[in-house]
Design a protein around this ligand. Structure first.
Ligand code: 2HG
Ligand code: ZN
Length: 463
């Protein structure tokens, strides 16, 4: 090992942009979890694949861990550098490299934001359909590393469905290309899919070719108020059976309270425990009439107490803000987050058990729920009371998460639906993956990253 690894890095790569100011270490060393104190060795901002490869080789030679870094909007600590790692930020590698009208693909560098991908696709009259509130700051490399989901999964699926090929730098510095943009490729193991969701522990994504699709049909957005929890899945079943849904998202009155306090506009008067924002294709008057008829049916059955159909793009955006603004409105409270999923058919039973558990375990603590109920994915945000110190609060939340993990296991669910395991959920991985599966994962990691320099400690501890 070199006595001064950073000096060695600069010696090998004199052109590399490296940051070491305390403010930069803090900025690049953390993600949205805000739980760990950032303590990276330095920040490297490569501008090319060659530089990424050289950094990885240096990391092997000097025995320095690397934390690949995108927009750092992650919620599981996957991009945290708190142990003297070198943060390898891909933010300068943020360009569109190619568009193919015939293949309907867009080739991009990993540091490009999701919003820039949307814009570039729209310029070509097409759509990259993965979408969520952090679109303006998250990067496509991070989306791939966590297999990001979001608000249109019921229509389009997760990031996994939209990756035509990947270039990654493996843990030994080798550049690998997986799938080469093929639609059909039945030729053995699909390493592209293995990389997606691997949280930077197998390779660093340095280029991705994204699949694009037709622009969505004209749509309408509706906000529904629901009288009780059981109605959630009843309304979902009814709406899904009758309307071509693009999204079906829910939140509670507590979530509404915070988002309104943060500047969103109330759209339905009165007190209601649950709300749904749904968006569906509405190409002509017939589908619009069908939407209203479906709404009326839900009201007659007692599943919906009130509703608003957006009459303009601005109103549609205002309704979406009620759902998409929740994370930001809760951020000042630094909530403890769970991001869980079960099969859609298991949601009703799971919801009841989960509600009983949370009410019992957090009697004096505010808990805010929302999420992608149509995918069986719930976000639980637990807010720290001002009189409870942070360590005691985290200890309590971890205790409840253990119980929640056991409940999820009984229902065949997952401790991480879309945010990844990172540092936050590492202790609960066994509730979702068998021990033999975890052993296999560790074995795979050894193949791609023999010295364990890529994001060590995330997902699981090595060994
Ligand atoms: C969302 O669905 C994001 O808005 C964030 O996944 C969820 O803040 C959260 O818990
Ligand atoms: Zn989400």
């Amino acid at each position: 090992m070199s006595p001064n690894p950073l000096a060695e890095l600069i010696r090998r790569l004199p052109e590399l942009r490296v940051l070491t100011e305390p403010g930069d270490l803090e900025h690049y060393g953390r993600d949205w979890t805000r739980r760990w104190t950032p303590a990276p060795l330095a920040i490297a901002l490569p501008a090319s694949i060659d530089e990424v490869q050289a950094i990885v080789r240096w990391a092997n030679d000097c025995n320095v861990a690397l934390v690949p870094s995108g927009g750092r909007t992650g919620l599981s600590g996957g991009a945290v550098a708190a142990n003297g790692e070198l943060v390898l930020s891909l933010e300068r590698m943020n360009r569109v490299l190619d568009f193919s009208a015939v293949d309907r693909t867009l080739t991009v560098q990993p540091g490009i934001t999701l919003q820039a991908v949307h814009d570039a696709s729209a310029e070509h009259g097409l759509l990259y359909p993965v979408d969520f509130a952090a679109r303006g700051s998250c990067s496509i490399g991070g989306n791939i590393a966590t297999n990001a989901g979001g608000i249109r999964v019921i229509r389009y699926g997760n990031t996994r469905e939209w990756i035509a090929s990947l270039k990654v730098v493996a843990g030994n510095g080798e550049l690998l290309e997986f799938n080469r943009g093929l639609i059909k490729n039945s030729s053995g193991y699909d390493f592209r899919q293995l990389m997606i969701g691997s949280e930077g522990t197998l390779g660093i994504v340095v280029e991705a070719t994204l699949k694009l699709t037709d622009r969505p049909l004209p749509s309408q957005v509706m906000l529904l108020a629901l009288p009780d929890m059981d109605a959630l899945m009843q309304v979902f079943a009814l709406f899904r059976a009758q309307l071509p849904l693009q999204a079906f998202e829910f939140f509670t009155d507590r979530a509404l309270h915070h988002v309104l306090a943060h500047g969103a506009q109330r759209a339905i008067d009165g007190e209601h425990p649950y709300y749904v924002v749904t968006e569906f294709d509405a190409v002509d008057e017939k589908t619009q009439e069908l939407a209203l008829a479906t709404f009326e049916q839900a009201v007659e059955k007692g599943w919906v107490s009130d509703g608003v159909l957006a009459q303009s793009d601005a109103q549609a955006a205002a309704l979406w803000r009620l759902r998409e603004g929740i994370t930001e409105s809760l951020a000042p409270h630094r909530p403890y987050k769970n991001d869980v999923s079960v099969k859609v058919s298991a949601v009703p039973a799971f919801l009841h058990e989960m509600q009983a558990l949370l009410t019992h375990e957090y009697p004096h603590i505010e808990v805010v729920w929302f999420g992608h109920i149509g995918d069986g994915n719930l976000h639980i945000n637990v807010l720290r009371p001002e009189d409870l110190d942070e360590d005691a609060f985290i200890a309590q939340c971890e205790h409840v998460t253990k119980l929640l993990a056991a409940t999820l296991k009984n229902h065949g669910g997952s401790i991480s639906a879309e945010h990844g395991i990172g540092l936050v959920k590492r202790a609960y991985l066994e509730s979702t993956r068998d021990p033999s599966e975890i052993l296999l994962m560790k074995g795979v990691r050894k193949v791609f990253d023999p010295r364990g320099i890529l994001n060590p400690g995330k997902l699981f501890t090595d060994g």
